[in-house]
Design a protein around this ligand. Structure first.
Ligand SMILES: [Zn+2]
Length: 218
């Protein structure tokens, strides 16, 4: 099963991604993590990517796509018990969306669901500015909508929670502008596909979980 989660930062899709990964035993794919690992491990793709990273440039789509392909189809991954992957935060541009689709189809595979988390902008700002992240495991919380049992402490690993610099309101507005410019064409692209699903991201977190789980046949 291959799932793509779409939506602005702050729409709760990260939380849903973690839930869905556990619920359906999916490998959650973060292109940022993959990139860092490949560079750290000094793989041939990592070396290529490093040149762009160190010069402050963007890593080209074909390198990112090859890294993802390795995760899905690499020899060390085929034997995994994972039943599929979930993309959160990728693709970010229309050309990445098209390249992903092409790569998956070359593997005889394809996207099963692209789920768009829709939410009005003012709600996004409210949500993001209340977000707290675990220093140790990366689990995310919200001071109102998804609070940890103990204030400032991760319920999963006991790590300290903090507010990201880019979750401050003035930075959020800039991020949303960039997001809308880059990803509006992706939403348009996926909305024409029969595997597209839009959810009201302002809905109750458990209701969204139920809805998506039902759609995915769980
Ligand atoms: Zn934690």
């Amino acid at each position: 099963m291959i799932i793509v989660l779409l939506g602005a930062p702050g729409t709760g899709k990260g939380t849903q991604a973690q839930f869905l990964a556990r619920r359906f035993d999916l490998e959650a794919i973060s292109t940022g993590d993959i990139l860092r690992q490949e560079i750290k491990n000094g793989t041939s793709l990592g070396k290529k990517a490093e040149k762009f990273v160190t010069s402050g440039g963007l890593v080209p789509d074909d390198i990112i796509i090859d890294m993802i392909r390795g995760r899905i189809d690499g020899p060390e991954n085929r034997s995994r018990t994972r039943t599929g992957v979930i993309f959160d935060g990728f693709p970010r541009t229309l050309s990445q969306a098209k390249a992903l689709e092409k790569m998956l189809s070359s593997l005889g595979s394809g996207i099963d669901r692209a789920i768009y988390f829709h939410m009005p902008e003012e709600r996004i700002i409210e949500r993001l500015s209340g977000r707290r992240v675990c220093t140790d495991c990366g689990e995310t919380y919200h001071v109102v909508y998804n609070p940890p049992k103990e204030v400032g402490v991760c319920g999963k690993c006991g790590g300290a929670l903090y507010q990201r610099e880019d979750d401050k309101p003035e930075i959020i507005r800039q991020r949303l502008q960039t997001y809308n410019r880059d990803t509006a064409p992706i939403i348009d692209y996926y909305s024409k596909k029969d595997y597209y699903l839009q959810v009201d991201a302002y809905d109750d977190i458990d209701r969204i979980k139920e809805k998506i789980t039902r759609v995915l046949g769980g």
